[in-house]
Design a protein around this ligand. Sequence first.
Ligand SMILES: Nc1ncnc2c1ncn2[C@@H]1O[C@H](COP(=O)(O)OP(=O)(O)OP(=O)(O)O)[C@@H](O)[C@H]1O
Ligand SMILES: [Mg+2]
Length: 351
Amino acid sequence: MFKFLSGLFSRDIGIDLGSANIVVYVKGRGITIDEPSVLAVRNMGRKGKKEVIAFGHPAKRMIGKTPVGIETVRPLQHGVIADFDMTEQMVGHYMAAANQGRRMMAHPRVAICVPACVTEVEKRAVVDATLGAGAREAFVVEEPLAAALGTGLPINEPRGNMVVDIGGGTSEVAVLSLGGVVISNSLRAAGDDLDSAIVSMLRQNYTLSIGESTAEEVKFEIGSVIPLEEELEMEVKGRDLMDGLPKVVKVTSMEVREAIEPIICRIEDMLRYAVEQTPPELVKDIVDQGLVLTGGSALLRGLNMRFSDVMNVPVHMAEQPLLSVALGLGKLLETVDRGDKISVTVDHSTV
Ligand SMILES: Nc1ncnc2c1ncn2[C@@H]1O[C@H](COP(=O)(O)OP(=O)(O)OP(=O)(O)O)[C@@H](O)[C@H]1O
Ligand SMILES: [Mg+2]
């Protein structure tokens, strides 16, 4: 009853609960939160109790740099909940922040995204975490659907719309038509795996040990998937595995490209397989209109050109690849009450 009453004072919100980033859309206000899905916790005594000391950007800055007794946690891995308690705390924190810090009153209706590949049990865990965090209702929306809406694809038309979302933990492709998903395919490999491939390459080629944040920096600075007109290089600092001392090595964009190649090939196989499964009439539309590429890893140098080559269709980059899913959720929230015709299938759960 209290949840119901206080919910009347909360605005509906949409949450893109990603493996790398959590983005929150507040109805009538737009995107108000865009933070890494990371927490820093202090271990309290023998009973295994944990106290959260930082969320988001400050917590991400602590990765790999914490003293004894403090650890950083990424509660979502490959698009699914790996640490339930921490997910609940994170969702609760950002729900309150979206409600301008009034945690007691933060009982909104929440539309939340899960990758299309998750099992019913994994989906249920997301709903439970959202309700546990204080939401009075939770709607689960398939991520490719929200991504397609967010990039402005006309998904309600009888037309094949293909959207490819390469995030931190999952890569997904979906073909949508008449407001629904016709086929979808996903792979639990994306940006995080590119970072791990860079860590392994540096270990093997240079006996250099680096952390995941440094690997991500290398990816941002010199990562690419096609030969560059002018190849790049950067200095990478870490610890020598042979003598345990600090070491600096020069790494080139060619080496990084070679390291991440196997993962890019797996993503391409996923795309090919999706086209094989798509009905021919919809494939024809995709050949004409092309596909839309979104998700943070879409920003990798040359990915759009490479996909365009492999798939033989035009590739359009989303305007805001890191925000598409949340913008799509926003469109759903803004239109649902007005009774507009966005006919999406959503799972619905209430307390
Ligand atoms: N400029 C860039 N170049 C390459 N990769 C990038 C760039 N900017 C962000 N990324 C990568 O994008 C990923 C995060 O993307 P995004 O926020 O879409 O993922 P997510 O939605 O949290 O994850 P998922 O949907 O897989 O659960 C990270 O792996 C990050 O390293
Ligand atoms: Mg995502």
